[in-house]
Unconditional design. Structure first.
Length: 95
């Protein structure tokens, strides 16, 4: 990255080093649907009143479940092994 400019610029060599995997349309649809569900649930969570704690708790649990599904889809796209999954989860304090 070049410094000293108003807008940071990234050189093409830096972008080429990123591990960007193009997935099949079917996998993309699964990810899109899961993200849409999470967005909808987050909207519902934000619109719930403070008094609706049990409803909020249910929504949070549902979001966590969908988040795990989303993680699994991303692992499939990037062909992440079980050992790599374990490393990733440990680094995020999930295990």
């Amino acid at each position: 990255m070049k410094e000293g400019r108003t807008f940071p610029q990234v050189e093409i060599d830096t972008i080429n080093k990123l591990s960007i995997k193009l997935s099949q349309p079917l996998n993309q649809e699964k990810v899109i649907k899961l993200v849409d569900k999470i967005r909808l649930l987050n909207n519902n969570l934000n619109e719930s009143s403070e008094k609706q704690t049990s409803k909020k708790d249910k929504i949070k649990i549902e979001i966590m479940g969908i988040d795990r599904e989303l993680d699994e889809e991303v692992y499939k796209i990037y062909e992440i092994t079980d050992k790599e999954k374990e490393t990733i989860k440990k680094s995020f304090g999930i295990l």
